[in-house]
Design a binder for this molecule. Structure first.
Ligand SMILES: [Zn+2]
Length: 183
């Protein structure tokens, strides 16, 4: 038999993590806490209301450091030139591990988008939002939210930029598109 954990213990752990992650967000702007045993950084995903995920992010930590500097980074394989976004720490094309971290400059061209009116349960606290895919100047596609005043302004083919955004109400740094002409 393995170790069994009671529901109360799980709730206690979650409360402890929540307190730790709130402190981290105040200090660093990111919901990343340390694994108690290994010290490795763990991304605390707060979008899901019932299940919370701790995702090991040690090998893509430069991505989060980039967000703190206001940059959205991708990786490029120094051996074969393949580019990855979301960034990958290894090259799945050639097996290389020597990756360069580079900021996405853009702009991108909007390929497709969807206005989300009926939100899944875990997103109920958001207003209507636009999810878009754009082809970036760097040569890969990015899927992200598109921040616009009015979804009716959105057109396929419009230029967009990728920016760092502190999303409410979770209050952590992530990336989003904005129309290229705006801030
Ligand atoms: Zn490669």
């Amino acid at each position: 038999m393995g170790t069994s954990i009671s529901r109360d213990q799980i709730e206690a752990f979650i409360r402890m993590w929540l307190e730790a992650v709130e402190q981290e967000k105040e200090m660093t702007g990111l919901p990343i806490i340390r694994d108690e045993k290994t010290g490795d950084p763990l991304f605390f995903d707060q979008r899901e209301l019932r299940l919370r995920y701790l995702i090991p992010v040690k090998r893509i930590q430069p991505f989060f450091e980039g967000l703190q500097r206001g940059q959205v980074l991708y990786t490029e394989c120094r051996s074969c030139g393949s580019k990855y976004f979301p960034p990958q720490p290894d090259c799945s094309r050639c097996g290389g591990t020597d990756m360069e971290w580079k900021p996405i400059e853009g702009p991108g061209k909007l390929l497709t988008y969807t206005v989300i009116n009926v939100k899944p349960t875990s997103f109920m606290h958001y207003e209507d939002y636009v999810v878009a895919i754009a082809r970036m100047k760097e040569g890969f596609n990015v899927l992200a939210w598109l921040k616009v005043e009015d979804p009716k302004q959105v057109r396929v083919g419009m230029d967009v930029r990728l920016v760092v955004d502190r999303r409410k109400p979770e209050n952590y740094l992530t990336y989003a598109f904005v129309p290229a002409e705006s801030q």
